[in-house]
Design a protein around this ligand. Structure first.
Ligand code: 13P
Length: 319
């Protein structure tokens, strides 16, 4: 016997149908980050990490891209696709880490360290990317740093990711002091307590976590790297140290395995702003269109395209 249907379920189904209709009418593609709400991931054409989403945005044939994520992600899609319409369903979905650096401060920093190449995490504004030599994501940061000439690199804005890279390269990294509050609030004590609660589990952490958290992890990777690791690992149980949204994908892809969030604080309020209703509205009213001023766009595109032309960018992100 099938479960009884509630008015809320009927409403959700109607919104999903509306999205499906509008997606066809607008010839749109829906991209969603791994941290999005489960129901948003489920209606997306592609769900992935920042590298995978950038690659998908660069190669899509669709005329309209609905970006379910935060503003720097939609901005990156628009930088790579100036002839397409990129929509961000909720304009207020920002990234506090990206806001920790701006173009004037980056210019001052560069002036203090002349001649050093600048590697900028994709979690940054278009203006900051325009001042950078190359972008990186958590999936390719080590490789990007290694690909540069010289012994010293300016790396920002995420200090924890920079420290992680520093441990894997002979280059000297000069770091900006930014951080992701969602990741940086988790303590090694919380992760060790989760390990004690789930002694058979492997711990998987994101490189935006504090170094002492990464030290007690069994595996460190981007969000899509976590999905690849969980799928191929013989382990049946995992403690996850990144934003809660990834659990939806992990559980869907691995029905026989168990996933535990290391801390209840692993929630990004900005990633959770996008709802099915806001996606439907974005498609219906063609809002909110994200555009970057052409002079900045061209320079920011250079940094992004240089990243996409390097190593795993060239090969494709999803393992
Ligand atoms: P990923 O590229 O690993 O998905 O990370 C994105 C992000 O913003 C982490 O906070």
């Amino acid at each position: 016997m099938s479960a009884p249907r509630s008015p809320a379920m009927d409403h959700a189904r109607a919104v999903v149908e509306r999205i499906g209709r509008l997606r066809e009418e607008r010839r749109a593609v829906i991209l969603a980050h791994n941290y999005q709400r489960g129901e948003v991931q489920d209606i997306a054409d592609f769900t992935g990490d920042s590298l995978g989403l950038s690659l998908e945005a660069a190669r899509t044939g669709a005329r309209v891209i609905v970006f379910c994520g935060v503003s720097f992600m939609a901005e990156s899609a628009s930088i790579l696709n100036p002839d397409k319409t990129v929509l961000l369903p909720v304009l207020e979905a920002g990234c506090p880490l990206a806001d920790m650096i701006d173009a004037p401060r980056l210019r001052e920093w560069k002036a203090l360290h002349p001649g050093r190449p600048v590697v900028t995490y994709i979690n940054s504004s278009a203006e900051v990317k325009a001042e950078s030599d190359v972008c990186c994501t958590s999936a390719n940061a080590v490789e990007i740093v290694e690909s540069l000439p010289g012994d010293e690199v300016l790396f920002g804005p995420d200090r924890n990711l920079g420290l992680y890279v520093r441990g894997r390269t002979a280059k000297r990294l000069i770091l900006w002091e930014g951080y992701c509050a969602t990741h940086a609030w988790v303590t090694a004590g919380e992760v060790l307590a989760a390990r004690r609660r789930h002694p058979a589990a492997l711990v998987i952490a994101h490189p935006e976590c504090l170094p002492e958290v990464l030290e007690v992890a069994d595996h460190v990777s981007s969000t899509s790297g976590m999905s690849a690791f969980a799928r191929s690992s013989p382990a049946r149980e995992f403690v996850i140290v990144t934003e809660a949204g990834i659990l939806h994908r992990l559980m869907k892809e691995n029905p026989g395995k168990r996933f535990h969030l290391a801390s209840t604080r692993l929630l990004c309020p900005n990633m959770k702003r996008t709802t099915l209703a806001s996606v439907a509205d974005a498609l219906e009213r063609m809002r909110h269109e994200i555009r970057v001023e052409e002079g900045i766009r061209v320079r920011a595109a250079r940094a992004l395209e240089r990243m996409l032309g390097t190593g795993r960018g060239r090969a494709g992100a999803e393992e």
